[in-house]
Design a protein around this ligand. Structure first.
Ligand code: FAD
Length: 386
């Protein structure tokens, strides 16, 4: 973890997160996955320890931490329970919007730092699919209020979160990226969860569809200036989303390395004088590949953090790369782990098959790896991204 180069204060925050993760998150991870249930006890534990306020300013009672500490914390949590890490990452993305637009968001800071307000993003829609930057839905205005109608296809923490950062086209707006972000609250009328989550991986996410049907909210719930949803998505949220995803992927890969190491060194062949599985060079080579890919992705994340803190010409490109690098590493590492541990991994004796399933989410969450490659390719060849 020293690769994150934390100062003493930052290291202490991450150490506290590790303790919560060990004591109050890890014990529930297998059950959360098996039952596909929301990891409520883990979120409550993070809330009690103040971690819902990680990126809320210190002067407002939060921890005032940035992407460096968030990445290290997400890495630690994902090593124990990737579903919970994803729920938490979406919360931090939501909070980044509140902090970025305090005229609306500030009202919720006290509840967030008290662990009583969980946030998330409701961006993907049935129509726009993974093209989150161009929602199909469009707000209207009636009696001085904003009216939302949208079919949100996947919302992490749907029905569990207290605040939903909802994207939609601006009322009266013309182009697909003339968008707004609004805060919809749990309990607002005419908002419903429209299905049950039963994912291949990230099974604790509660990433259900949600329907907003003539949902009327005050215009003061805007989380950006008029028509500035698109720049807010890219400028404010994308770094938290992409770097957070890379950190989670690295954490999943780390968990796979640990499970594989334990298995290869503790299980033995009776016909080979009780030699451990690690006596086989093929398996040692697989484990080595896993270690190399995990360390490479974490080092990449560390260099993206440096670039975000000292922005330069490469920063945007590196932020785009980050999620794709993490997703590729997690897919490779968990696949190698499944091969190295054989039937024991396949038959669910280890955490590996959960790591393998959880790892797949990073690739398909928007911006998907395909889309990121397309953006990076466009940037490299001097083309417009959108
Ligand atoms: C576990 C999980 C949690 C999620 N949580 C949330 C959430 O909290 N909030 C939220 O808003 N969304 C969430 N999503 C949705 C996610 O961000 C994507 O929108 C969703 O996974 C896309 O699925 P789709 O079938 O609509 O993809 P599609 O858009 O139909 O894509 C299908 C395929 O086409 C590729 N593709 C699409 N567009 C392009 C392009 N322009 N160039 C090249 N290839 C392209 C994709 O990479 C993919 O392989 C979540 C998804 C998952 C899996």
């Amino acid at each position: 973890m020293s690769i994150y180069r934390l100062n003493a204060e930052q290291a202490a925050v991450v150490e506290r997160a590790r303790k919560v993760a060990d004591e109050e998150i890890a014990p529930h991870a297998a059950d959360v996955d098996a039952k596909g249930r929301f990891p409520r006890e883990g979120i409550d534990a993070l809330g009690r320890a103040g971690f819902l306020g990680l990126n809320i300013p210190k002067e407002k009672g939060g921890m005032g931490q940035g992407l460096r500490v968030a990445s290290a914390v997400l890495d630690e949590i994902a090593q124990r329970d990737a579903s919970l890490a994803m729920v938490y990452k979406m919360h931090l993305c939501g909070c980044a919007c509140y902090v970025g637009f305090p005229q609306t968001g500030e009202e919720y800071f006290p509840k967030i730092v008290a662990g009583k307000h969980l946030s998330t993003l409701a961006w993907s829609e049935q129509g726009s699919r993974s093209h989150f930057w161009a929602p199909a839905s469009q707000a209207t205005e009636k009696d001085g209020k904003v009216v939302l109608n949208a079919q949100k296809s996947w919302v992490t923490s749907a029905g569990e979160a207290d605040g939903y950062v909802v994207s939609t086209r601006t009322a009266g707006g013309t182009g697909p990226t003339d968008t707004m972000l609004y805060l919809v609250l749990k309990g607002d009328s005419d908002v419903r969860v429209a299905g049950a989550w039963n994912g291949l991986g990230m099974r604790g996410n509660a990433s259900n569809p949600m329907v907003l049907e003539n949902t009327s909210i005050p215009s003061s719930r805007a989380l950006c200036k008029k028509s500035e949803g698109f720049p807010t998505m890219l400028g404010v949220v994308l770094p938290w989303f992409n770097l957070g995803n890379e950190a989670i992927s690295v954490g999943i890969a780390e968990a796979a390395v640990a499970a594989t190491t334990t298995h290869l060194t503790s299980r033995r062949f009776s016909d080979m004088n009780n030699a451990p599985l690690s006596d086989l060079p093929t398996l040692r080579a697989r484990l080595a590949q896993m270690r190399i890919a995990t360390d490479t992705a974490r080092a990449h994340l560390s260099s993206v953090l440096d670039s975000v803190e000292q922005p330069g010409p490469q920063t945007t490109l590196m932020v785009l790369e980050s999620k794709a690098v993490g997703a590729d590493a997690a897919l490779l590492v968990t696949d190698l782990g499944m091969k190295a541990c054989g039937g024991a991994a396949f038959s669910r004796h280890l955490s590996l098959e959960r790591n393998f399933r959880d790892a797949r989410a990073g690739y398909v969450m928007a911006p998907t790896s395909d889309v990121l490659q397309e953006f990076i390719g466009r940037a490299l060849t001097g083309m417009q991204l959108f």
